[in-house]
Design a protein around this ligand. Structure first.
Ligand code: ZN
Ligand code: ZN
Length: 442
């Protein structure tokens, strides 16, 4: 099929084109068929992996590169840093930083921006700030990465402060930047600040709010107990509210004990149609027992998962990946034994595995029935087995952490006297001595 492509220039440009349009499997095929590959081929494929969200493959390719004695350039390093951020691979990220410094790439804007992103996502906010401060010229992405970093660490006031400094420096925020700052306000309960940002987004910058912006505002108002205002925001939307918005409002109703409005929100949910999959099933079930918050029996598994829950943990520079309920890891047997032991000890201190709460906040993609083997539980069991006592366990989860895993992790941090740092889709959770830095808002 690819027979025509024996010329090395043709091959090289095919790798580049396939990688750019997201056909990384094809790019890889051509790449593997090549006799000699220059740096551009390696970097196109690596960037292709990163853009396709295949961070593990990107790191794997980088290892091959090293084995082949190919020295990375700035483009490869930026790609690597983005992959490290996705996976929470702090050790490798630090190595890239040092390598860039040694090779005179330290002052490159793209690289610095990628470093800010990597450090913030790997939990090292101080290093992110250092890189940010040391930059001569900061562009929109430098500011946005820093603001997003503050947001995922729950530091709303700092995010807002950075936002105004950015504006003061004449940098024009874009819609993505506004999502970060609004999310930061919502996590920190900064209602007025959030409302002001939302207003100027429209009035000063002419940005039409997208469903994500409305989602942040509904969350912000709802969490603060301003449920009527949250409802008014929903009514003002020119588009249909999505499941995330309803879920957020439902959570706020639950937090503030407004069962009447909660019931009304539940009525809105079954209208979603088939695309909401398992959410549809669990919402219907939930509706039936709406009066009894949190007393819903297990409903087993919903539809097959779209995006499986996945947690990664870095150990001595190596990434270990866990999917929900998987038994692929070479230490699988020991991990499940440890998980059993952990759960036994948690039950001794009053933990009851529960899927009822989970129904309110579980990602649509994740199976409710499999809550006991959610990927973060496996990763924590592995972390407890393989890291020395007293060392913090750091985990990155691709979806939002469910309330059962959140509760279990709080207890584990107390019972096993371990600090656990978990980054989920939205933010960081620092679990210590039985509580979490998110104050149970996430
Ligand atoms: Zn979970
Ligand atoms: Zn938390």
């Amino acid at each position: 099929m690819l027979g025509l492509a024996s010329d090395k220039y043709v091959q090289a440009s095919l790798v580049n084109v396939y990688a750019k349009v997201g056909s990384v499997q094809f790019a890889r095929k051509v790449f593997d068929a090549m006799d000699e590959r220059d740096l551009i081929c390696w970097s196109s494929l690596l960037t292709g992996y990163v853009q396709a969200g295949l961070a593990m493959d990107a790191l794997g390719l980088f290892r091959e590169m090293q084995l082949n004695g190919v020295k990375p350039d700035g483009v490869v390093l930026v790609g690597l840093l983005l992959a490290c951020g996705v996976l929470g691979a702090l050790d490798l990220g630090r190595w890239v930083h040092a390598y860039a410094g040694k090779n005179g790439l330290g002052s490159d804007v793209y690289l610095s921006n990628a470093l800010i992103d990597m450090y913030a996502k790997c939990g090292s906010l101080e290093r992110a700030q250092e890189v940010f401060m040391a930059m001569g010229e900061k562009d929109l992405f430098s500011w946005s990465s820093m603001i997003a970093g503050y947001a995922i660490h729950g530091l709303g006031a700092k995010a807002v402060g950075a936002f105004w400094s950015m504006v003061g420096n004449g940098v024009r925020p874009d819609e993505v930047c506004f999502i970060s700052v609004l999310a930061a306000c919502s996590h920190a309960g900064l209602v007025e600040e959030g409302q002001r940002c939302f207003e100027i987004m429209v009035s000063d910058y002419g940005i039409e709010p997208k469903v994500e912006h409305y989602g942040c505002m509904v969350d912000l108002l709802g969490r603060a107990g301003l449920l009527q205002e949250a409802m008014a925001m929903i009514h003002s939307m020119p588009m249909k509210p999505n499941a995330i918005i309803w879920r957020s409002l439902l959570n706020s109703c639950r937090l503030h004990g407004n069962i009447e409005l909660g019931k009304w929100v539940l009525k809105q949910l079954p209208k979603f149609g088939p695309e909401s999959g398992s959410a549809q099933i669990l919402m219907t079930k939930m509706y039936a027992t709406a009066e009894k918050w949190g007393e819903i029996p297990s409903i087993g598994c919903g539809k097959p998962a779209k995006t499986p829950g996945c947690s990664v943990i870095e150990l001595d520079g190596e990434i270990h990946e866990f999917l929900m309920g998987d038994k692929v890891h070479p230490m699988s047997e020991k991990i499940y034994e440890k998980l059993d032991q952990v759960m036994r000890e948690l039950r001794n201190v009053g933990y009851v595995p529960s899927v009822s709460e989970v129904m309110f906040d579980i990602e649509e993609e994740e199976k409710v029935g499999a809550v006991g083997v959610h990927s973060e539980k496996l990763a924590i069991a592995f972390g407890l087995l393989e890291t020395p006592e007293g060392m913090a366990i750091r985990i990155v989860k691709n979806l939002r952490v469910c309330s059962d895993c959140h509760f279990a992790t709080k207890l584990i941090s107390k019972v096993f006297r371990r600090e656990i740092v978990m980054r989920d889709k939205n933010r960081f959770h620092h679990f210590r001595d039985g509580s979490c830095s998110c104050m149970d808002f996430w």
